[in-house]
Write a protein that binds this ligand. Sequence first.
Ligand SMILES: *Cc1c(COP(=O)(O)O)cnc(C)c1O
Length: 573
Amino acid sequence: MEIDQNLKDNTNVAYISMEIAFDSNIPTYSGGLGVLAGDTVRSAADLEIPMVGICLCYSSGYFYQLFNEKGEQKEREIEWSFFYEFDKVEEPISMMIENKEIKVSAWLYRVIGQSGHVIPIYLLTTDVEGNEPWMHKLTGSLYDSTSRWNRICQEMILGIGGVRLLHSLGFNNIQTYHINEGHGAFSTLEIYRNYNNDIKKVKEKVAFTTHTPVPAGHDRFGLDLVKKVFIDRFPPEMLKLGMENGDLNMTILAMNSARYINGVSKKHGIVTRKMFPDYEIDAITNGVHLPFWISKPIKQIFDRKWPNWKSNPSILENAIEIDDLDLFDAHIENKFNLINYQKGHSWNLLDEELITIGFARRFATYKRAVLIFNDLDHLGKICKGKIQFIFAGKAHPKDQEGKGYIKKIFEAGEYLYDNYGVKVVMMENYNMDLAHMLVSGVDIWLNYPERYREASGTSGMKASLNGVLNLSVLDGWWIEGYHMNKSAGWAIGKFPEEYAKDETINDWKRDAQDIYDILENEVIPTYMNHDEWLFKAKNAISLAAYFNTHRMIEEYAEKAYKLKKQKPWKFTK
Ligand SMILES: *Cc1c(COP(=O)(O)O)cnc(C)c1O
């Protein structure tokens, strides 16, 4: 079934993202960026934002992760057949890569909001009849690490192909192209073309969100490569917008083409303005889609207490009114659920009685997965008989250091178990299903990225929603969360501005020591005192009143999309 023309005519926001996570088993994501994009479209659908989405359709996805007995990550290609869940777009468009004409088609996926509002998402593919064999593979896998050439081709397909396809499908009323991270910046070239090479028009139409202060997160392409794939089709006027130190920088291209730019937390806004002092950069703090990330037992409490909580999440400010016993039972149910699952999937069996600490995310090195193992004997003595750990996360196939961290977790786990009986398990193949279980089933959610490098982080918001306490460094969203409510969890170290000028900001030894102290002096005593623990858990839940994508998409609607409020939905704050 096609999308009807009426909906197309009303659609005025195009959301362009390299990853959008709809479902755990649809491999269109690798981590937080994709999950956030998924939550964004889910909330946009609930709030009836007139949006269409563009992403790529990866026939072999990211990868399936396995560990061998030494704790080494092994990657398997995913074979994924999506034909049953999607509708095929009949008419492919064509575009040029090098001197070849390539057909680009799409699979249509519908995100349906609470009131039935549909957001169509077109997942582009070059696996199209009539294409030469090498072309079929272009959209095959997410963040294909084999070559920069493949990467630039994928970004051309996403940006140029995406805008061209929307045009050919009859989306003729797009007022904002929201480029979600630099990958989609080539869309500006097609917009330029559509408006008769009027660069001012491009600037009227584009909003851009940057998601990482880590330099490796900003795509740069050498001019030789650009020339190879575009030949002479890159308008010089546009190329100028993207040039930085002799390379084409996708972030710079997007920023120079945008009428509105934002980072994804207050702190990230500040860091990004420092990185790019010549631009006006706003901040819209990330959120999570609450109905998607809430666990069943907690949802039952909300449903009983606040029947309208899904459309009015600000009501969760009153979370302190939740009945202690209800919350306790719900949490135990989540914890048993996780531990039962774990018992079926890992040799080292966790114990329901112990304080369970979870850490799961991409194993990018700046996230410092192994920080807590800095002093194994100290950690072992504190945790013995009291605390256990559960880890999960994928390292990018090319990231040897990240893979080394996974191995180190296995080794640390062996040492801690042999010497102190402390259990550490590492679960395979982190994905959204596992994330659901972890963020609700552990007692504490741990996060200690190098300060200034976590743009926002969202997994901690999912944990908080489910009454799980954050133990995190003050970076990204947790600066705001902890500032709002200090009873919602614990902070590792100080607020960033409290560090002395000559102090090392990311000192592993000091941070690890701080964690050990918090575990010993705060976490364990609090856990022993049910009332105190539940008080904190309820304060954690109250943060969800703000850290949700309904609030977030409203900010985008007003500031980035310039939409008028479609529905009365207001926050008390
Ligand atoms: C939420 C989520 C993330 C993001 O986690 P961060 O801790 O914010 O990095 C990554 N992967 C999956 C599967 C998620 O659900």
